[in-house]
Design a protein around this ligand. Structure first.
Ligand code: HGY
Ligand code: MN
Ligand code: MN
Length: 438
């Protein structure tokens, strides 16, 4: 008779894509394993106290005091879940439970707990705390897996997925000098949260080190809610480019300089922001472009701004399209510069390549959700995630749960306790299935 393990191996190695939808239910006790939903939602409430803002969300930007406090809280939860905790030299937190087969590589699952300024209570935290809850429930239900399981809490996701890029060796000395939203440089921030910048290279991972990575996250868009679907199966994650743009003009007296003699960098900025929108919407597709930050200098009502600093962000599933749009923005900006007597310069501050998720893991997520009576939908992710970097190291996939009204990166971000528990249970069944099958 074929053992379950032999069958499972065959199912991955030999079966064609057509058969991959037919994942079988796991045997007991694995098939019956579920999280403690009340505890998971209570933990989410507790974590939201660290950096709580008056609007009802959190401002827990990476390397802030609140980030540190949140990390301490989460570390306590990892220990309570009987995980062996360590922080890598990049400042990512890991909690590990042993598997029964020492020859197997670990299965990772997790997310992040840092937030954008004036963010919400669900982005990153749902996946982080659900992952810990999965581990705690497995411990309580005395379930031993073959692979080691590692819960990972990535540091500084919102400031450019720094923790996960460190695993690829992509955090360079020039990145360490960038000033994060907390006011600390990324290098100082890593030291602040317990990493070791001088030994950053030790956080690198190679292909083959990790069996698979699964990240549960809120959708951050409105598709699942609109279509009344419980679970999103993510097909791919957008690439993201960030640039700091400097517009140089000439500061002069606002009362005595005639309108036709000005080199007004704010006027050039206004045209720039409008032009970015025009360029990005001029071709078909789901690409987006945003100018999200601006500062004018010297910043007085009676001085023509001589300098403007602003940001430019471009996203798409196709990296070549991002590059093409960036070239077009620069060409158009040069014309604005000519017309306004200003110059534009650009500094790349972040680049994440887009990534496709693993089709086999997509099918596992879909099958597990269906087994639990949950409806599913395949969809792309317009938000960036640590999973896109993990996809360079191992088969990776993402599970989405609905976001109310599609709102995210805002204090009114909301996902219902039921949807969160559904997502956590799909995560649990997915990692158990990967364990049994890969
Ligand atoms: O910005 C992003 O897409 C992500 O939420 N960090
Ligand atoms: Mn986010
Ligand atoms: Mn996130």
């Amino acid at each position: 008779m074929t053992s379950r393990r032999d069958f499972s191996r065959a199912s991955l190695a030999a079966l064609g894509a057509a058969a991959l939808g037919s994942w079988r239910p796991l045997p007991a006790p694995f098939a019956d394993a579920r999280v403690n939903g009340a505890r998971l939602n209570a933990h989410l409430k507790e974590l939201s106290k660290f950096g709580a803002n008056p609007q009802g969300g959190v401002s827990r930007t990476a390397y802030s005091e609140f980030d540190k406090q949140g990390r301490e809280y989460v570390t306590g939860l990892l220990r309570a879940a009987k995980l062996e905790v360590r922080v890598d030299t990049a400042g990512n937190i890991f909690g590990r439970r042993a598997g029964s087969n020492p020859a197997l590589k670990p299965i990772w699952f997790g997310s992040h707990i840092d937030s954008v300024p004036e963010g919400g209570n669900y982005d990153g935290t749902v996946g982080s705390l659900s992952s810990i809850e999965v581990a705690q429930s497995l411990a309580e239900q005395n379930i031993t897996t073959k692979h080691p399981f590692e819960v990972v809490i990535f540091q500084n996701e919102e400031g450019g997925t720094v923790g996960s890029r460190a695993l690829l060796g992509e955090v360079k000395p020039s990145d360490l000098a960038l000033v994060a939203r907390s006011g600390k440089t990324i290098g100082d921030g890593i030291a602040f949260i317990g990493g070791t910048v001088a030994r950053l290279a030790e956080s690198r991972r190679a292909k083959g080190d990790i069996a698979a990575y699964i990240e549960l996250h809120i959708e951050q868009g409105g598709t699942l809610e609109k279509e009344k679907k419980n679970i999103g199966v993510v097909e791919g994650i957008v690439g993201i480019g960030w640039w700091d743009v400097t517009i140089e003009g000439f500061s002069n007296h606002a009362g005595t300089t005639a309108m036709n003699e000005r080199r007004d960098s704010m006027l050039a900025f206004a045209r720039f922001a409008d032009m970015v929108n025009r360029v990005v919407t001029s071709e078909p597709g789901r690409q987006v472009g945003t100018v999200g930050r601006v500062q004018a200098f010297p910043g007085a009502p009676n001085v023509i701004p001589g300098r403007v600093l602003c940001s430019l962000e471009l996203r798409d599933l196709d990296n070549a399209k991002i590059a093409r749009l960036y070239d077009r923005v620069r060409a158009e900006a040069a014309k604005i510069g000519q017309a306004t007597g200003t110059t534009f310069s650009y500094k790349s501050t972040h680049a994440s390549a887009s990534a496709l998720t693993d089709p086999r893991l997509q099918k596992v997520i879909e099958a597990k959700a269906k087994e639990m009576g949950l409806s599913t939908r395949y969809l792309p992710s317009g938000a960036g995630h640590d999973a896109q970097h993990m996809a360079m190291l191992c088969p990776s996939a993402m599970i989405f749960v609905p976001s109310a009204k599609g709102i995210s990166h805002a204090p009114t971000e909301y996902s219902s306790p039921e949807d969160i528990v559904n997502g956590a249970n799909v995560l649990m069944q997915t990692v158990l299935t990967i364990d049994a099958t890969m």
